[in-house]
Design a protein around this ligand. Structure first.
Ligand SMILES: Nc1ncnc2c1ncn2[C@@H]1O[C@H](COP(=O)(O)OP(=O)(O)OP(=O)(O)O)[C@@H](O)[C@H]1O
Ligand SMILES: O=P(O)(O)O[C@H]1[C@H](O)[C@@H](O)[C@H](OP(=O)(O)O)[C@@H](OP(=O)(O)O)[C@H]1O
Ligand SMILES: [Mg+2]
Ligand SMILES: [Mg+2]
Length: 364
């Protein structure tokens, strides 16, 4: 996509044509970015699914009014020949990767996506790359993803945050019952594909009710103790220093009686991913109460630092029957921000703050 044809000069305070009234009226708390084109240019390499859910007209409209332009990165051309960008936003999944790999046969200078981005980071230190590929890679494995939370051992007067007891099974399904018994994992057990690369397969989870059925699972897997949490979970979205928490429906508790009566392995759908929020549902207050804000702030800040990421969300549950015992069960890079309340405002302010910081650095 040619950049020149896309640039519309920033009109200070003047209302742009917009499909959303609120976006049109938005006045940015930041001055227009003092850059080459008067626009902060954000290059993006995202899947078509992500473009649809994230880069909605309201976001683009609001961004334009704040002096931010989103430009698609052409994945078949060197990044250095494109832009110039102030920020690069990227997330590609297993599927898109495969497509690039297949088409790579016709491109002799093909390099994998994250090598290209890593190279670009080195040669263009003035550009903010959201986020570093190796830091993102850390979340592509469900074992390493939660290691930071375990290492943090967060416990204070607001509560205690840990991860469910879990083991990794790399191969040989017949070894699973023995491995589970040896590690002392209690049933039922959630089986999750070890790789979490955003592909549909990586979201195919199942719940195993008895020891023998564990042999039916297909490694490589992470096996995690199922923690009863009253059928409600919390998604904590992080955009730089801003955090937003939403309540979502989750899997119902499994009681002892059910456990002794049911055997087998059951696939379950992406229940917590549904856009329907549990915010207005009539729920037991002890289950529905959001985790304490100071606890989440500490957790999010520390995770940003340890993971080296600025764009992610985490799924956290409260052990049913407790007030302050929490478990992080999942962390996702560049999640479905389209479902986060006010994401357009939060995201555009975040991008502007990055550009302002770059500008300050350059002028000192
Ligand atoms: N250890 C656990 N104990 C209880 N429930 C769990 C546990 N792990 C997962 N779940 C339930 O299964 C759902 C899916 O698990 P998880 O979030 O790990 O999968 P995912 O495919 O990575 O999801 P996402 O769409 O958020 O990326 C959770 O939202 C929660 O409802
Ligand atoms: O925002 P939450 O409810 O957590 O759900 C997200 C998943 O966690 C992400 O993994 C999805 O993104 P990918 O399909 O790019 O992995 C993401 O896809 P989306 O951005 O197309 O909505 C969401 O499904
Ligand atoms: Mg999840
Ligand atoms: Mg996930």
């Amino acid at each position: 996509m040619g950049l020149q044809g896309q640039i519309i000069p920033y009109k200070n305070g003047e209302k742009e044509e917009d499909d959303d009234e609120r976006a049109g009226k938005e006045i940015s708390p930041f001055p227009p970015p003092p850059l080459h084109s008067k626009f902060a240019v954000v290059g993006y390499a995202l899947t078509s699914k992500k473009i649809k859910s994230f880069l909605k007209p309201k976001l683009e409209g609001l961004a334009r009014n704040k002096g931010i332009l989103f430009v698609a990165i052409d994945q078949n051309r060197p990044l250095s020949d494109q832009g110039p960008f102030d920020i690069v936003l990227h997330k590609l999944t297993g599927k898109e990767w495969r497509q690039i790999l297949e088409s790579a046969c016709t491109f002799p200078h093909y390099e994998p996506h994250d090598m290209i981005v890593e190279d670009y980071r080195r040669t263009h230190p003035e550009v903010t790359v959201l986020d570093p590929p190796d830091a993102i890679q850390h979340l592509h494995n469900r074992q390493s993803m939660l290691q930071c939370v375990a290492d943090m051992n967060l416990s204070n007067s607001y509560g205690k945050v840990g991860i469910p007891k879990q083991i990794v099974i790399k191969k040989d399904a017949s070894s699973i019952p023995g491995a589970v018994a040896k590690a002392g994992l209690m049933l039922p057990i959630v089986a999750k594909p070890l790789v979490a690369d955003g592909s549909a397969k990586s979201h195919e989870l199942s719940l195993a009710y008895d020891q023998q059925s564990l042999k039916k699972l297909e490694p490589p897997l992470v096996l995690q103790e199922f923690v009863n949490h009253g059928g409600v979970m919390f998604k904590v979205y992080i955009v730089g220093e801003t955090i937003k928490v939403v309540r979502r429906f989750s899997l119902p508790d499994v009681c002892k009686r059910e456990l002794s009566n049911i055997a087998g392995v059951f696939r379950f759908p992406r229940v917590s991913c549904a856009a329907a929020s549990a915010d207005n549902a009539d729920l037991d207050p002890g289950v529905a109460e959001l985790p304490p804000r100071p606890l989440l702030e500490k957790l999010a800040r520390e995770l940003c630092r340890r993971l080296g990421l600025r764009l992610f969300n985490l799924d956290i549950i409260r052990e049913h029957g407790t007030r302050d015992r929490f478990y992080v069960i999942d962390i996702n890079y560049f999640p479905g921000y389209g479902k986060m309340p006010e994401y357009e405002h939060i995201f555009t302010d975040f991008l502007l703050s990055l550009v302002q910081n770059q500008y300050k650095k350059k002028s000192t």
